[in-house]
Design a protein around this ligand. Sequence first.
Ligand code: THU
Length: 139
Amino acid sequence: MDQKALIQAAIDTLPFSYSPYSDFKVAAALLSKEGKVYTGCNIESASYTPSNCAERTAFFKAVSEGVREFEAIAIVGGRKGILDDYCPPCGVCRQVMMEFCSPRDFKVILAKGPDDYKEFTLEEILPLGFGPGNLLVDK
Ligand code: THU
């Protein structure tokens, strides 16, 4: 699957964003190494703290189905769902990526549209990240 198709999967998920408090809609499409796509949107809560980001929704869907190896994630988002800027993942989501992904290989694609995107490695957006390797535990 190429970047365009992954971005389009994220864009198609944007209408599902449940964000009545911020009105900031975010969606993600996570590509597993097996080639399956797991989508996610942000889900807010009236008590704010339980809110979940789009990226973590996608990861938690995949991991809860037994999938732990990933190639790339495409992320789109903006106020009222208008994609006029790139939407970088928050620090908590970067840390969740660090749990399951190779910092050197995992691609983070920030998109305004299928033809307008920037691509980073996880290492570029989370330098010196702390991960499972630091604890030397088996995953
Ligand atoms: N949000 C995400 O879904 N992903 C990010 O990485 C950044 C922030 C959501 C959380 C909240 O629902 C809204 O955007 C405003 O912060």
